[in-house]
Design a protein around this ligand. Sequence first.
Ligand SMILES: [Zn+2]
Length: 504
Amino acid sequence: MKRICFIALAIFPLFSFSQEGGMPAEFQLEKSETEAHLRFLASDELQGRRTTEPGNDIAARYIAAQFEAYGLKTAPGLDGYFQPIRFEAVTPPSAAFLTLNKTTYQQGDNLLILTGNAENLKTEAVFVNFGWVDAETGHDDYQGLDVKGKVLLALPGMPDGQDPMSVFNSMKKKRKLAQEKGAAALIELYRLQFPWAFFRSFFDKENLNFADEDSPEGPSPDIVYGWMQEEKDGNMERLKEGKKVKAELMSKGFSRRTAGSQNVIGIIEGADPKLKDEYVLLTAHYDHVGTGKNGGGMFTAQDSIFNGARDNGMGTTALISAAKALSKDRPRRSVIVLAVTGEERGLLGSKYYSEHPLIPLNKTIFNLNSDGAGYNDVSYVSVVGFGRTGTDALVEAGVNIFGLDVFPNPAPEQNLYDRSDNVSFASKGVPAIQFTPGTTGFDEEISKYYHQVTDNPDTIDYDYLHKFCQAFARTARLIADADSRPQWRKGDKYEQAGTELYQR
Ligand SMILES: [Zn+2]
């Protein structure tokens, strides 16, 4: 009884009764429907929802079907609920070796070839310093060198930068320069501080990029490009003294293909004639990591499917639930419901949308993103970015009413804010927070499931999932209904971007 009075008091001042005058639709969401969504999305049949694989497409189709059932509008410029994205998938060679005089470097050991195939090429090696050319400064490491058909060895980075960022950012341009000069291969010498084995395992896997990034006419044939961990055999000294070093190179199994995926997007028009021109963006990534070796964790013959029930079946279910509740009882502002792909491959779907928004970003006043590594305390919803956007009281009201508390900013050492899709929008200036299942810190309970085959639907607390979804929908509603819009806290690292985006 006391509880009911409290509920009535809590919601009355926020004008959030449904249009029929009863309790708004998030209070009527059924536990059975949230459970059914999650059990489907995290089922074995969807094979870990890996971006560009069929299981990912099926998940997208399922989400679109819910949007259709709820009567969501399609976004301007789209025929349906899919925003298609073309990716390019690059897979490093399965086998490769490079011999310099008498020293042989082997792929998977002291050699990491990332691109290009070569069939037992016999040539010689050339040392090209950084392999850098800068038209502005006149710097040209290739001046006076004959590199046609040869294996080039280069220092990592560029003349004015050998820190990790410079090393990573210069890779593409250096490869392109070597290719333009007609070289057969460019191999960089590994000199970074972190362990070679770590570097190798980070890069030695299929890599996804946007297909149209810089060459709309498609990729040119690849030269052999990679890294080696030098042996102290005197070859580098010989090269620097201008002596000849024989090179033999083989690389096979490299592939490059284009592949598609999609974001899923639907629009709920706001009920207030003035405020409906402002949009609250709800997001959750629906992709996960796939199966077997692709999952990146331990697996067995009995279970090799990374179901991703928590990551991010729970967030996706919350998103679908909010789409239902908010389309049934429309809030004052409009709402964009966006399920993004490619999060696990580098936040790709949200980056794509932030670069190709279907509603102008300067009309998008907030991003409420649901994602999470798992949960270890079901009395909470954890909120990453709590305290930063002026929405704390609304978030607390949305969460408390379902008997949950807010746990602010868990595991600060994990830098969670900048590791999920909300950062794609925050970095453009849109105030954003991450709505996460109850996590008080990264402990054993989290690591037991996080990116593991054990993150399957039989291990989920469905009473909690139900409340989590209701709280997400409720929080979205309170923000979409509030008189004032969210604002970055003074001095926030994204405040300046916000000022530029909204021109205020
Ligand atoms: Zn995730």
